[in-house]
Design a protein around this ligand. Structure first.
Ligand code: NAD
Length: 302
């Protein structure tokens, strides 16, 4: 039986640390940290994610302000809102919720966010800082994975790590963070030949392929640590009747892998809650930096 890497539990503990950090700096800063969440269009999943993020802000004492633009909004108008938020002294973090509606390109708009307010750590400058080992906001999902591994005491120095997926959102920064922790890292992607042969070498296997139930027993070495970043809703069971929702699953066939892995993240309740927490961490660290406060959260910036 594998150790369960419980993201909900760790996220709750980290929220307590964030509350304490905010309370300790509030007087010197003169205001609480502020996060602006910019949403364009009506992607239903994004609506749910934004609501989660705003609730999490409220729990720890971050002021969140939402801006919701219609799906046909031209890029210039989105850019104008970003410019306003960049200039707003009460905003420490700006999050542009992805995906954007058709017709809007992510890269140029993400590039307009002030890198010091880049709550998602996706600005080119911040990906460069990560590559160079310099301080800066980190991509939330891989930073959340690193926090889970650290909390569980998983040794990374010298370990063989395989990351399945090479997106700029997850796979690439994940590989850089594992490498910075002295793991020997390989990246697999959709053109990788014999995926199972590669993943079976992993002491630590992080799966971010966005393919439901891709990874099974044949891909995992006994005793490996398995982190499942994927999240999907399967079609409902026809026997469940009309209106039933399918269950959530990840990229990993949990039931197959759990009996012989050393540790594994569940879906839901693994990586997802940590992603939200790291958004809060990036915002609180930026707030502290603006006000010359000590940073007690440095261990969470891999
Ligand atoms: P993406 O589609 O941008 O990238 C997927 C990557 O996987 C690509 O690099 C692709 O080459 C690779 N890939 C696809 N099929 C493969 C295969 N058969 N074998 C090997 N590699 C393959 O996706 P993403 O944005 O990186 O997200 C990945 C998954 O993580 C999605 O399910 C997404 O919903 C989820 N996600 C979860 C969180 C969270 O907080 N839990 C956050 C971000 C993304």
């Amino acid at each position: 039986m594998a150790v369960r890497l419980d993201g909900r539990q760790l996220a709750t503990a980290l929220e307590e640390r964030l509350k304490t950090t905010i309370a300790a700096g509030l007087e010197q800063a003169g205001r609480p940290p502020g996060l602006a969440v910019l949403r364009v269009g009506d992607d239903p999943a994004s609506g749910v994610y934004v609501a989660h993020k705003e609730k999490a802000c409220a729990r720890v004492g971050i002021t969140s302000q939402g801006a919701h633009l219609a799906s046909g909004t031209p890029a210039a108008e989105v850019a104008a809102v970003i410019a306003r938020l960049n200039a707003d002294p009460s905003v420490d973090g700006i999050l542009l919720q992805l995906p954007l509606p058709k017709g809007l390109e992510e890269g140029p708009l993400l590039g307009l966010i002030d890198p010091e307010k880049d709550a998602d750590g996706l600005h080119t400058l911040n990906l460069g800082r990560l590559a160079k080992g310099e301080n800066g906001p980190r991509s939330c999902t891989p930073a959340g994975v690193m926090a889970l591994l650290r909390e569980a005491g998983i040794p990374l120095a010298g370990a063989r790590a395989v990351v399945v997926g090479r997106s700029l959102l997850v796979g690439q920064p994940m590989a850089l963070m594992l490498q910075a922790a002295d793991a020997t890292v390989s990246i697999a992607h959709s053109r990788t030949r014999d995926l199972a042969e590669l993943t079976r070498q992993a002491d630590v296997l992080v799966v971010a392929a966005g393919r439901p139930l891709l990874i099974g027993a044949e891909h995992v070495k006994p005793g490996a640590v398995v982190v499942d970043v994927g999240i999907h809703r399967l079609p409902p069971d026809p026997a469940a009747g009309p209106g039933a929702r399918g269950r959530l699953c990840g990229d990993v066939r949990y039931g197959e892998v759990e009996p012989f892995a050393a540790a594994i993240t569940p879906v839901p309740g693994g990586v997802g809650p940590m992603t939200v927490t790291m958004l809060l961490v990036n915002t609180v660290v930026a707030w502290g930096r603006r006000h010359g406060l000590d940073n007690p959260l440095a261990d969470l910036v891999p």
